[in-house]
Design a protein around this ligand. Structure first.
Ligand code: DAH
Length: 440
């Protein structure tokens, strides 16, 4: 669940094979009851489609929902207007979005690594499962909203281990202020530099080359927003983790905010990143409507918070329907401190899979995320982890070889070695078919 839009993310690799279990011959694919045309971007799998509508964040007794409720309560309590909460909550938006919503509206450049097929679940080249809740920012601004939370499931192709799952949940927020809100007590101060004409924002190149602010904004407006944003988010983290929680701010980069930060908390002897945030790029606001305001935004992942708060050791447990898991969160006050107790821990089984790549592929061009999706499709949720164990280039033939360890564990019972071998053999066969490899 790492934050996607960091400038330093190494993920732009070249795609030469597109693994997908969707039949290639069909020109359409059905997602959530609707037919979509397919093209060479299509990489959504039936397994991934099956997670749409699970809505864990809305299931009353799911740990993700408990954290969601605590965050929403904090927002409702922090800002009221005439006794009513001034934030509105959107937690029922369809996860099927356009690439315009997910990327273009947010100023994510054409060649940004986060758009790669290897990182997103595309239905076709213009439609995908949202990779972050920020995808809904512009449409809600266009609808005239100024303080809102967007909560839902997001989809990213990723590695497999106890903290990564291709579907997770985020809370994203926008708080917008006009001059009279922000500078109520300082009416001579302005949001925009005198040289900037907010009524003609497109004629103005809004530079972000100065690290402290966007060129259109005054330093005072930026700093006041920064202070409110940081104060607000520290308040939230204290409500969740207690007043003594240690935290720090780290400078960050996101295409849709400037300046940007990440908030980290000190948890179990290490710094843990909990959210990304910043001052929204003025172009996004101006394109979506409000051109006389300044806004801050942030986004956080619910799984990471729930795992830390309730000491849940494996992200797959969030999806469990087992009563041994769910009953620990049932009928609890949302603020109760709950510590998850493993129902019992069943043994792991580790099998290795080694293969020679075809001459067209090298260790670096092999798309590991395609392989992880294949393993997930066939192994399902009993796959706990896939680790690259070894890579090797034959000195004479120059052929490349990879060895992955696949760790199997059922969350609710013991798997037999025979059961595991059957799944493992199926994965091996599918790997041969999909990538033209030769098992060693
Ligand atoms: N969308 C980012 C991600 O998923 C998180 C984020 C960062 C959201 C900054 C925001 C923001 O709204 O302002 O990695």
């Amino acid at each position: 669940m790492k934050i996607l839009f960091r400038s330093n993310r190494l993920c732009l690799r070249f795609i030469n094979k597109n693994y997908s279990t969707a039949p290639k011959s069909l020109a359409t694919v059905n997602v959530n009851g609707k037919e979509y045309r397919t093209d060479d971007y299509t990489n959504i799998t039936p397994k991934i489609t099956s997670y749409i509508n699970r809505n864990l964040h809305l299931k009353k007794d799911n740990p993700l929902s408990l954290v969601r409720q605590r965050i929403v309560n904090y927002f409702y309590g922090s800002f009221t207007h005439g006794g009513n909460p001034s934030f509105s909550v959107y937690d029922n938006l369809s996860p099927i979005v356009t690439s315009r919503q997910n990327f273009d509206d947010l100023l994510i450049p054409e060649d940004h690594p986060s758009r790669a097929k290897s990182d997103c679940y595309y239905i076709n080249s213009s439609t995908l499962l949202r990779a972050h809740m920020t995808a809904h920012q512009s449409e809600l601004l266009r609808a005239g909203l100024d303080n809102f939370l967007m909560i839902g499931d997001v989809y990213r192709r990723d590695e497999i281990d106890s903290t990564h799952f291709p579907v997770f949940h985020q809370v994203d927020a926008v708080r917008l202020q006009r001059k009279h809100d922000l500078f109520e007590n300082h009416p001579d101060l302005d949001i925009f530099e005198p040289s900037f004409d907010p009524w003609n924002p497109h004629a103005y190149t809004n530079s972000i080359s100065n690290p402290t602010k966007q060129s259109c904004h005054t330093l005072e407006a930026t700093k006041l927003m920064e202070a409110q944003l940081k104060n607000h988010l520290i308040g939230m983290v204290k409500v969740l983790f207690g007043d003594d929680i240690k935290y720090r701010w780290v400078d960050a980069y996101f295409p849709f905010t400037h300046p940007s930060w990440e908030l980290e908390i000190y948890y179990e002897n290490d710094w843990m990143e909990v959210l990304g945030c910043g001052i929204m790029r003025n172009e996004i606001l101006a394109n979506a409507g409000p051109n006389n305001s300044i806004a801050y935004a942030f986004g956080l992942g619910l799984e990471r918070l729930a795992m830390a708060l309730y000491k849940i050791p494996d992200i797959r447990l969030m999806w469990s329907t087992d009563s041994g898991f769910l009953s620990q969160f049932q009928n609890k006050d949302v603020n109760a401190s709950i510590e998850y107790k493993p129902v019992s821990s069943y043994p792991q089984c580790t099998n290795d899979l080694s293969f020679w790549l075809p001459p067209t592929l090298t260790i670096d061009s092999f798309m590991s995320n395609d392989f992880y999706d294949l393993v997930r499709d066939i192994g399902g949720d009993v796959v706990e982890q896939v680790k690259l164990k070894d890579k090797f280039v034959h000195p004479k033939t120059k052929k490349h070889s990879l060895c992955y360890s696949i760790v199997y564990r059922h969350l609710e019972r013991t798997l037999t070695q025979a059961e595991v071998n059957k799944i493992h053999d199926e994965i091996a066969r599918a790997t041969v078919n999909a990538f033209n490899v030769v098992i060693r």
